[in-house]
Write a protein that binds this ligand. Structure first.
Ligand SMILES: NC(=O)c1ccc[n+]([C@@H]2O[C@H](COP(=O)([O-])OP(=O)(O)OC[C@H]3O[C@@H](n4cnc5c(N)ncnc54)[C@H](OP(=O)(O)O)[C@@H]3O)[C@@H](O)[C@H]2O)c1
Length: 123
């Protein structure tokens, strides 16, 4: 399991619920790495999901962490998107998946802090 994060000079990663810069080459790199050969999982917190305008990242299995079960109805309309209510549920879900190659923790800050101990690679 890896962390992939984009940081500024003082290690800031976001502002007002968004990433306060737009670097197309970074986004291309993020896409290329996280899609890989097309059998990868991305894990994100509910606030990061909202920052993506509540649209899944294509070509990847998206897992969204939230204690709020209301999210479930909204997520059901998408393929390849799952809601989990805890880190343990998230890890169990991934263990039960067949054919997963790489798992990327894509943020935000709260989720990075929680999954840091499970990750052995940083992009
Ligand atoms: N620079 C980068 O690479 C990068 C990457 C991603 C995001 N970001 C930025 O980071 C900021 C968002 O980060 P954030 O720390 O505020 O929020 P976040 O980590 O995206 O989401 C936090 C939310 O995730 C849910 N959550 C977290 N841990 C959970 C657990 N163990 N069990 C159940 N639910 C859990 C909770 O949702 P509920 O409140 O619904 O329970 C929590 O409020 C934004 O500004 C975003 O743009 C930057």
């Amino acid at each position: 399991m890896s962390i992939i994060v984009c940081v500024e000079q003082r290690y800031g990663i976001g502002k007002n619920g968004k990433i306060p810069w737009n670097i197309p080459t970074d986004m291309k790199y993020f896409r290329k790495v996280t899609i890989g050969s097309g059998h990868n999982v991305v894990i994100m917190g509910r606030k990061t999901w909202e920052s993506l305008s509540k649209r899944p990242l294509q070509g990847r299995i998206n897992i969204i962490l939230s204690k709020n079960s209301d999210l479930e109805d909204h997520l059901q309309s998408f393929d390849n998107v799952h809601h989990v209510r805890s880190k343990l549920d998230c890890l169990n879900m991934i263990s039960a998946m067949v054919g997963v190659e790489d798992v990327f923790v894509i943020g935000g800050a709260e989720v990075f802090n929680e999954f840091d101990e499970n990750c052995d690679k940083l992009f």
